[in-house]
Design a binder for this molecule. Sequence first.
Ligand SMILES: [Zn+2]
Length: 121
Amino acid sequence: MIPRQRQPKPDPRVKDMPLEYLACREGSHHFPWATAKRERIREGGRELRRTVRTCDTCGTVRIDVYNTRTFELVHRHYDYAEGYTTAPGTGRMERTSVRRELFRRIWDEEEEEKEKKEVNA
Ligand SMILES: [Zn+2]
């Protein structure tokens, strides 16, 4: 991988986003199978299986429909948690911008707190 030399573009949208949303945007959602809602459906004469799984990090719901014989994915739909998606036409959030905000919240602020305590000790 070629290292990038530039810093991420400042993206003010990351500031208002909950930590859980940033975590899913930086990595990926986690849709557990154990708690999946399951049902058999018929569509166009085909027997299909539908699963509804909820991300246990951010609450986004993924609805998958599978071919019963081949187990191939027929279609997929996401119902995003409120505030997860960005306004239409505003472009993608760069993963590096998301990551910088995550580091700022869970790493830099922790270090700053630690430094403050050391100064005040
Ligand atoms: Zn998620």
